[in-house]
Design a protein around this ligand. Structure first.
Ligand SMILES: [Zn+2]
Length: 345
């Protein structure tokens, strides 16, 4: 644990699996008798929980005096949310993070929603079907069985209840007064925390130095990549003089350099995807385009490759929808599967 700024503690948690293997959790200590704030929870791992318990005790923060602000609903940020809730902590999250019952990337549990059928529909829409791609389909079904029988899956997000967060909502702890700011793109409802006076922005996974954050969705109409570009533009122009504190990697001072690199990378990828469709001259599914764009085998060989396939399909979908909005590609639908083709005649 290090004291990043007066009263703001940074804790690094690690996982031996997954794409991001470290995450920074931030604790802002309340004044005596007041509540304290934790930003994100970390992985659903025993070692992470133990470390956080020790640190909370050391700082004299009890769970019933703890608020947890969840920037977005990914496993590394919400893995322990259900545990903290059961201990009496109060959770806050933008309800838009729950707008889809099934996420191709992460496995969300959603009470009252039929995530089972949604999963079939989502997989079919990206071109993963029991008839066409039985091996890949079976990999998804195996994960589903593991989760349903409580055997665990690294990317599982156990169900929790949270209080709704909306843009502009205030969160005051210790000497800090934060305002919730929407950071759409990495996910649909991601939120950051901004202290305007102190020029400090906890930015979740919106911008990370040295990494291109995934902009992943498999739902039509999310227009996530377009929203991401708008958000990065806003970061550069409105918060360019702020210190950005991401959940992964080092704090960012030169927002413009990092944001421009990420935008360039996505435009480059979108251009490559456009050229794949231009040259193929046929209709392709998201899965086919993703495998071609990222040089992947059709059938993943191991868990790492399977996880990568899930990620690149989500990323590719976002790029394809962006190209569709810009009239570079055409989308058609047959039997629940989307087919994409070049708009060049
Ligand atoms: Zn993350």
């Amino acid at each position: 644990m290090t004291e990043l700024l007066p009263g703001i503690f940074e804790i690094e948690l690690t996982s031996d699996q997954g794409v991001t293997r470290e995450i920074h959790i931030f604790l802002i200590q309340g004044k005596p008798g007041e509540r304290s704030l934790m930003i994100d929870t970390g992985y659903r791992k025993q070692n992470c929980l133990k470390k956080m318990e020790e640190i909370l005790e050391k700082l004299g923060i009890s769970f019933d005096r703890l608020d947890v602000f969840l920037t977005h609903k990914h496993h590394d940020h919400t893995g322990l949310a259900a545990v903290y809730e059961s201990r009496g902590a109060r959770l806050f999250m933008n309800p838009e993070e729950n707008r889809h019952p099934y996420d191709c990337l992460y496995y969300n549990h959603e009470r009252g929603k039929d995530s089972g059928n949604s999963q079939y529909e989502v997989l079919r829409s990206v071109g993963v079907t029991p008839e066409g791609t039985p091996e890949v389909w079976e990999m998804f079904m195996e994960i589903r069985r593991r989760v349903e029988s409580n055997r665990g899956w690294e990317y599982e997000v156990p169900e929790f209840h949270s209080l709704p967060v909306t843009g502009g909502q205030l969160f005051s702890y210790g000497d800090y007064c934060f305002e919730a700011v929407p950071l759409r793109g990495h996910t649909y409802g991601q939120m950051g925390l901004l202290d305007r006076k102190k020029k400090l922005l906890f930015s979740g996974d919106q911008i990370i130095d040295g990494i291109v954050p995934i902009v992943g969705t498999t739902y039509e109409g999310d227009h996530l990549l377009e929203a991401y570009f708008r958000s990065l533009d806003q970061l550069m122009h409105q918060y360019g003089d702020c210190l950005l504190i991401p959940a992964h990697g080092d704090p960012i001072r030169d927002v413009r350099r990092v944001a421009e690199r990420i935008v360039f990378s996505y435009l480059d990828k979108a251009d490559m995807i456009k050229r794949i469709l231009d040259h193929s001259g046929r209709k392709m599914t998201v899965r086919e385009v993703a495998c071609t764009a990222y040089g992947m085998r059709g059938i993943p060989e191991d868990t790492d490759e399977f996880v990568k396939l899930k990620m690149v399909m989500s990323k590719t979908f976002s790029c394809l929808e962006y190209l569709l909005d810009e009239d570079f590609v055409i989308r058609t639908e047959r039997n629940g599967t989307y087919y994409w083709q070049s708009a060049m005649i």
